[in-house]
Design a protein around this ligand. Sequence first.
Ligand SMILES: Cc1cc2nc3c(=O)[nH]c(=O)nc-3n(C[C@H](O)[C@H](O)[C@H](O)COP(=O)(O)OP(=O)(O)OC[C@H]3O[C@@H](n4cnc5c(N)ncnc54)[C@H](O)[C@@H]3O)c2cc1C
Length: 498
Amino acid sequence: MDKPVRLVILGGGTAGWMAANLFAKRWSRTQVHITLMESPEIPIIGVGEGSTPSLKRFFKQLDLTEQEWMPACHATYKTNIRFVGWSPASGVQEYSHPFYSQPDVFNERTFFTNCRTRRLGLDVITDPEKFFINGELARQGKMPIAPPNFPFQMEYGYHFDSQLLGHYLASVARARGVVHHQAKLAEVLRNDRGEITALQTDAGDLLAGDFFIDCTGFASLLMQKALAVPFHSYQQQLFNDSAVVMPTPALARPPVETRSTALSAGWCWQIPLTHRTGNGYVYSSQFISRDQAETEFRAHIGMSNSSESCRHLSMRVGQLAQHWSHNCVGLGLSQGFIEPLEATALHLVQLTVEALMDAWDDHQFTSNGRDHFNRTVANHFDGVRDYIIAHYKLNTRGLNNTQGSDYWRANRDNTQLPESLLQILDVWYRCGDLTAELAQRTIKPAFNSASWHCLLAGYGAFPPLATNQPGQGKGDLYRECKVADFVEGCAMNFPLFL
Ligand SMILES: Cc1cc2nc3c(=O)[nH]c(=O)nc-3n(C[C@H](O)[C@H](O)[C@H](O)COP(=O)(O)OP(=O)(O)OC[C@H]3O[C@@H](n4cnc5c(N)ncnc54)[C@H](O)[C@@H]3O)c2cc1C
């Protein structure tokens, strides 16, 4: 397969414009010609407003500063995800998953050791947010932006208005030479090897290309429809297939974290932006009807008496059997989706584009290169899937007289778990070394050991306390290593948000 020169992206949602920008930046001094075609009649999905720290790297790669893009997208900082009500029977009302930053290298071992000590039955501190600087910033409502003399690199994500982010990225891409073609796809033309040669628009124009990127959202017009690439569903393990969303006014002091609250048949996000608050209930239609979900959602966000309408969405959860087939790659919702609990969709978009660009630059436009790409991307998806499933499998809602439902019971009782996840849980419950287990995997896991420890410790996934304790605070490295002094001392360097 020759290196493609004419790249055609079909679809102008966040995935399409992210790809267009990354290509345009990496290949600005080459012969590569990039065209993005989208239909003005078919709206983008318009949800997806939280990110992981990889979005910070994305903007850096594009040389776009926070001063430029954040106000244009009403963006806020995200240091943390707070999970509320997922594991009440273990005594945990809420816990945090802070993004890992450079100063955390000092406390990570202490946290891991305390988690192991607690798994052995000793009463030690294991709340993730107490060990990680971003957890403390979230608690204090501080921005993760340190003064220049703070000697560590901070990692964080963002919240943003997805419509505005799309517009912003489109304007940058156009200014950097991407050709924007507004038309609806009518037909996909292919040669006798099955490769796509051109897209025909409903106006009869032909858009010829050497390589195509399918960013058509859940429609997956090139990968699933034209090339008939099979789809591997995750629905046996991840039951959520629907969402209902509605914004509320901006909070007086927006927190620097996403809040994810467990409800009767799913969970609700709260994403603070500067001009409004995004809310959405992600649920399983097997366990609750659309109307019941809306009623519960409205009550949860305090909008029961509002005449404003909600928006309902369906979600298809899983991934393509191949992300690259013939001369086409699926990207964004067209390649798959693993529900928004850890806001990983744009992260996966970015990793997919980077893997493709590396294949191009390393002369790997071969069948071996394509197989390697497909294994890499599939592994990222599976890694995220495992981490998300664990949130449902480990829930304790309904145990010990706490409020539960069939949905939470079914998740807890689900035995259709991937082997890769079972191994992690097995190591944890056998008091093994989770870091070593993850490190020996041939492909790097999507979530690192710190994130797995946050999840498992945050859930309170521990045996009952031993009756014979060594005495108040003994063996508790949180106290002995004065972790609180370090974390709180670091946090003093950071400014309050707004
Ligand atoms: C409920 C929910 C919550 C989410 N939350 C998050 C989150 O917090 N964080 C995160 O990272 N992600 C999240 N996501 C995922 C995120 O919304 C998407 O990954 C992201 O918006 C990218 O979408 P897309 O570009 O793949 O598709 P879309 O936005 O659907 O864009 C599809 C594009 O294809 C074009 N198109 C379609 N058909 C044709 C045609 N016939 N001819 C021409 N053009 C066509 C459309 O015009 C449009 O431009 C969430 C998703 C859902 C469903």
